[in-house]
Design a protein around this ligand. Structure first.
Ligand SMILES: [Ca+2]
Ligand SMILES: [Ca+2]
Ligand SMILES: [Ca+2]
Ligand SMILES: [Ca+2]
Length: 304
């Protein structure tokens, strides 16, 4: 069964794409270089009290992606104070999935600093983002990734090492942070941005998690901004994908944006042609009509 024939079968089976209203996907290619990104993004300086940075605190730049090709991305300004961005998401979900590419451009010193963190926050319109409930994977001294979880009502935060090798400054990684806000279970991963190989991971369930008060209403990126301890560094992000559900529950969503469309079909076909395990929907080591059929079933079932 050749790929063209499969494409025809899939094309005739797809009647339309399903759109999940709360998903976010942004590769920043449409944003204006030199400006703060538009289209739903807000400057973290709106939520910074104790250590404000100059606003705008990030800027769209031309750079190169993990493969070395030109791309548009967003970079923190290198300065003391909290630099970053956020976008509001719905609290009417039991799950948040966030991934993005992150490149640490510089540390405050050879081995120390906090120049990038990405994850979730719950902001209620006052105080500093650092003092509000949040959960982020962040870059830390020793060139390691940590997962910091600060729940609501001032209960104790946990700070966990994301197990695996040190990161390299100047190299792109893919970071993902999933949280089930019904149970308080977090899963953080760092992947090689080129190969997709899992490099670092940690999971944690917050023992006293209370869904009534522990929730998040924003996805966010920000750096450590303590002026007095001079934690300034610099980082760049790209390819943000947020979905208000577990992508494991939506296997046809190859581009994990909660939207099932031609891009997912295209990547499925490429994976099928390459006999990539991702396209072996029946997990039998063969790539045939049964995989196409299973993909179509998953595609037509939509995302939760
Ligand atoms: Ca880009
Ligand atoms: Ca900063
Ligand atoms: Ca998709
Ligand atoms: Ca198969």
């Amino acid at each position: 069964m050749n790929t063209t024939r499969i494409a025809c079968v899939i094309g005739s089976a797809i009647v339309g794409s399903t759109l999940h209203a709360q998903s976010i996907t942004d590769n920043f290619e449409a944003h204006q270089v030199g400006s703060f990104p538009a289209q739903g993004w807000h400057d973290i300086t709106d939520r910074t009290v104790g250590s404000p940075a100059q606003s705008p605190s990030m800027a769209v730049i031309e750079t190169t992606d993990a493969q070395g090709n030109p791309t548009i991305a967003v970079q923190t300004n290198q300065e003391p104070g909290t630099n970053g961005l956020y976008q509001e998401v719905s609290t009417e979900t039991s799950f948040h999935h966030l991934s993005m590419n992150v490149r640490v451009d510089s540390m405050h010193s050879a081995n120390a600093g906090w120049p990038a963190g990405m994850g979730y926050s719950r902001y209620s319109g006052e105080d500093d983002v650092n003092a509000n409930p949040h959960a982020v994977i962040y870059v830390w001294t020793g060139r390691v990734w940590n997962l910091f979880i600060a729940p609501g009502d001032g209960r104790p935060a946990v700070d966990l090492r994301v197990n695996g090798p040190q990161f390299t400054v100047g190299r792109w990684y893919t970071l993902t942070l999933d949280v089930n806000v019904a149970t308080g279970r977090f899963e953080a991963k760092v992947l090689d941005a080129v190969t997709g190989d899992l490099l670092n991971t940690v999971s944690h369930t917050y023992a006293q998690w209370d869904p009534a008060i522990d929730s998040f209403n924003s996805i966010t990126v920000f750096d450590g901004g303590d002026v007095n301890s001079a934690l300034q560094g610099q980082s760049t992000i790209d390819n943000v994908q947020y979905a208000p559900f577990d992508p494991d529950d939506c296997p046809a969503d190859f581009v994990e944006d909660g939207v099932l469309n031609f891009f997912d079909v295209s990547i499925f076909l490429a994976a099928f042609s390459a006999q990539d395990s991702a396209a072996d929907f029946t997990s039998d080591g063969n790539w045939n009509f049964f995989d196409v059929s299973a993909f179509l079933t998953a595609f037509n079932a939509g995302c939760p």
